[in-house]
Design a protein around this ligand. Sequence first.
Ligand code: G4P
Length: 541
Amino acid sequence: MASPLETEIARRRTFAIISHPDAGKTTLTEKLLLYGGAIHLAGSVKARRAKRYATSDWMAIEKERGISVTSSVLQFVYRDHAINLLDTPGHQDFSEDTYRTLSAADSAVMLIDAAKGVEPQTIKLFKVCRLRGIPIFTFANKLDRYGRTPLELMDELEKVLGIRAYPMNWPIGSGPEFRGVYDRKTKAVHAFTAEGRHGEAEVTERVVPLDSPQIIEVLSDTELERLKEEIELLDIGGDDFSLDKVRDGQLSPMFFGSAMTNFGVRPFLDEFLHLAPPPAGRQSSVGFVEPTREAFTGFVFKIQANMDPAHRDRVAFLRVVSGRYVKGMTAHHVRLGKDVRLAKPTQFMASERTAIEDAWPGDVIGLFDPGLFRIGDTLVDGPAFDFECVPRFSPEHFAIVRTKDPLKRKQMEKGLEQLAEEGTIQIFQQMQMGMKDPIVGVVGQLQFEVLQYRIEHEYGANILVDKLGYSHARWVVGKGFEPKTFDWEGNRQTVQDRDGLPLVLFRDEWAMQHALEKHPDLTFQAHAPQLKASSVIIGPS
Ligand code: G4P
């Protein structure tokens, strides 16, 4: 008989939705919550301006609906599955945060706008999922509008992303002629009815077997004939379904639907839960840690401050890797080398923060953080080890940051420190005498706007951001590095990160190439030196 730990692992699914802005991620999230019973009526999300500055798309849902869903994970139960949907900020400039979140996901749903196909942000995020080898499900959205044909979309997935798709269902028409989808497994047509423009309530899809006489009530002769031809072609020419290939991230189960009108959401959710893997373990400094290991372990993948402006709180999000978390337990904080009580944990249901009693592998708990945690921290119940690093991305835009009012310097520093711990920015210290103003590095330009906005609104300091002409940051490893002599008239500058590690900012590829040639003994790397995990497997203890 399965132990409680095994049972809980088996019923969990932890995933993230990846997409290009506007593909419909917020809409689909809302619809999944609607079908999961976590909310009872979906509303349209119109707060698009608010979204520009929101670190979470859910903040837009929150603004529109007046409920608190601002968080990093939504948990809901659907047909006895405990589902953890991780938030991935939609705007491309928040990509670093999104990449990190993906390190806590066991699978990803790639949402594409059927009219636009694979877009740049989708490509970037897809690559991260590929690197992790997690299963990727595709949902082609907005079938209620004219779009590319399903074959064109499949072809694009293969050409642009290098992944083959297995259509789980097949759309019949699109735009005003969208009639529904054909389910390949059950050989039945799910007929489309647009009930309300925004699909506020669940829809009941009429399901008609393809070979039943009633099929003529939902499809015309021409539509039926065309569908039969397409299915035949697909059955002959398409890939065979292979769960192994899906689990390896080599084959993407593809679904067609319309999140706005709710069409195809339930069949997608049902099949997704069936095919997506339960929580996986994680690589560590002592080998692979299986989720079935009885001792509790977890890692912090995200930190967010000031989620509730009234409380000025800071929450560290921890993914449970193995064992069971029990309310109020004490765990060993490996980086600090001390035991900490995991106080005030919260889990985020759709409409409120709920204090939780326990959590299992795959779950995410929000820990009240008085400044103890950093992204990547490992917590263990038992002997210390480190989980593999949460990826950091090399910033590409740099600026010197200073306060307009010198008396507000402390507030600015506090704000910068906070945003650095959240991973929104990276702070570097200049190394020349008298250069006290910090240099801030970001992955996307918009983060400078977010920085200014948040430091002003959350810390009360107006700041000036003087952009610098550098575009690459490289950590320097090797003997004989002389920071003092390395600076070179605007082409490169030596700085230190928050851990005191030296790195060089370069103006362009050419300046970097020049340094590489002149200093063959030094290595210039895009990421801070990291821990390497060995490949021994830790089984259940
Ligand atoms: P995002 O989080 O990925 O950025 O996208 P979001 O859900 O905000 O959706 C972007 C736009 O696409 C919204 O329109 C939304 O209504 C629309 N949309 C989402 N799913 C579908 C669908 O299945 N079919 C159609 N036709 N549209 C869809 P908007 O005009 O910006 O806002 P709204 O006024 O419709 O709320």
